[in-house]
Ligand binder design. Structure first.
Ligand code: FES
Length: 169
């Protein structure tokens, strides 16, 4: 994690903890807010929250993993999951896979060195008539074309810049 990201994360955690209060019962809304703002709960975030609440990091980790949507093990800021099930397979999933790998310079199952993107396959997302379908974190994209892949990646990059780099300006 870059130092400006760490600084921004610390600042956000302090203000989130102040908002919800420094007690155990606030742990879940605190984790949800951090997840919402930073897209995942990193080890650094777990440690900082534990310090601020005066509880053991294992307790914070336990709550984060119990609520699987909090994704504490997710390293990438943008976790891209492409549907590999039959309908999407027949609607051009392979082409989308190749464009994603080329654009990001990684293979499926990998994470970019800067931890911004990861690629993985998932099974049916329930959008079979609108394939190929993919998820970026919790957001669903349907009828994805190679051009749309580039737009999605650009959109993520600009979100990342405005989120993390605005303080640098
Ligand atoms: S097969 Fe891809 S969404 Fe159902």
């Amino acid at each position: 994690m870059f130092s400006y990201e760490k600084e921004k994360l610390s600042e956000d955690i302090v203000s989130i903890v102040n908002k919800y209060g420094k007690n155990r019962t606030s742990l879940l809304p605190i984790l949800q807010s951090v997840q919402e703002k930073h897209h995942f709960i990193s080890e650094t975030a777990i440690q900082e929250i534990a310090d601020l609440l005066g509880i053991h990091p294992v307790e914070v980790y336990g709550v984060a993993t119990f609520y699987s949507f909090l994704n504490p093990d997710q390293k990438a800021v943008f976790k891209i999951r492409l549907c590999q099930t039959i309908s999407c397979e027949m609607q051009g999933k392979e082409k989308i896979k190749n464009v994603l790998e080329n654009e990001l310079g990684i293979k499926f199952g990998e994470t970019t060195k800067d931890n911004r993107f990861s690629l993985e396959f998932v099974n049916c997302l329930g959008m079979c008539d609108q394939g190929p379908a993919l998820l970026v974190n919790q957001k669903v994209y349907t009828k994805v074309t190679p051009e749309k892949v580039k737009e999605i990646i650009d959109e993520c990059k600009s979100q990342f810049s405005s989120h993390f780099l605005s303080k640098e300006e």
